[in-house]
Design a protein around this ligand. Structure first.
Ligand SMILES: Cc1cc2nc3c(=O)[nH]c(=O)nc-3n(C[C@H](O)[C@H](O)[C@H](O)COP(=O)(O)O)c2cc1C
Length: 153
């Protein structure tokens, strides 16, 4: 089985670290969206799409990239890192994938550290940033490893 992971990780590399953990057991080719050109996905059986969350959304470039791919019948999964670390941010991307005929195998999310002042003066983000400190951590990596082993079997 050939696997591919396409990810966007423009802030601190948090999502990149998760992409590496997810990619290891399935021996996936890892592609940073930053250097994404034209990729032949025909030969891949499983494709993962990941991003950090920026202002309530996964990377718009990731959505654009998916629009041009032929994903009919492909097995896919979605992952993200964010201040809150919840999978609800993945839903919109999953819906797009399903609308393109892909078969969604699962969704993974964990916290990724951030400095609240980098994007907001809102107190709530200051509190959230305290909880996200040090993430992704060893526990997150272990959960990511469990997730990928479950969906790849
Ligand atoms: C500009 C900006 C906006 C962000 N917006 C959100 C957000 O809306 N919700 C959230 O939970 N986290 C938010 N975060 C935190 C990031 O999602 C988190 O740090 C993530 O791990 C970044 O991933 P990356 O290092 O792979 O780019 C934001 C961070 C930045 C810098």
């Amino acid at each position: 089985m050939k696997s591919l992971i396409i990810y966007s990780s423009t802030y601190k590399g948090n999502t990149k670290r998760i992409a590496e953990v997810l990619g290891e057991p399935i021996n996936a080719d890892l592609v940073n969206l930053k250097s994404f050109k034209d990729i032949n996905i025909k030969d891949y059986d499983l494709i993962g799409f990941g991003s950090g969350v920026y202002k309530e959304s996964l990377s718009p470039q990731l959505f654009d990239c998916i629009e041009i791919l032929n994903l009919q019948g492909k097995h896919v999964f979605v992952f993200s890192t964010s201040g809150v670390g919840l999978t609800f941010y993945n839903k919109k991307l999953m819906n797009l994938l399903v609308s393109k005929g892909a078969i969604c195998k699962g969704s993974f999310a964990c916290k990724g550290s951030f400095v609240s002042k980098d994007f907001s003066d809102n107190k709530i983000f200051e509190i959230m940033s305290k909880f996200s400190k040090g993430h992704p951590n060893q526990k997150d990596f272990s959960k990511a490893d469990n997730f990928i082993n479950k969906i790849a079997t």
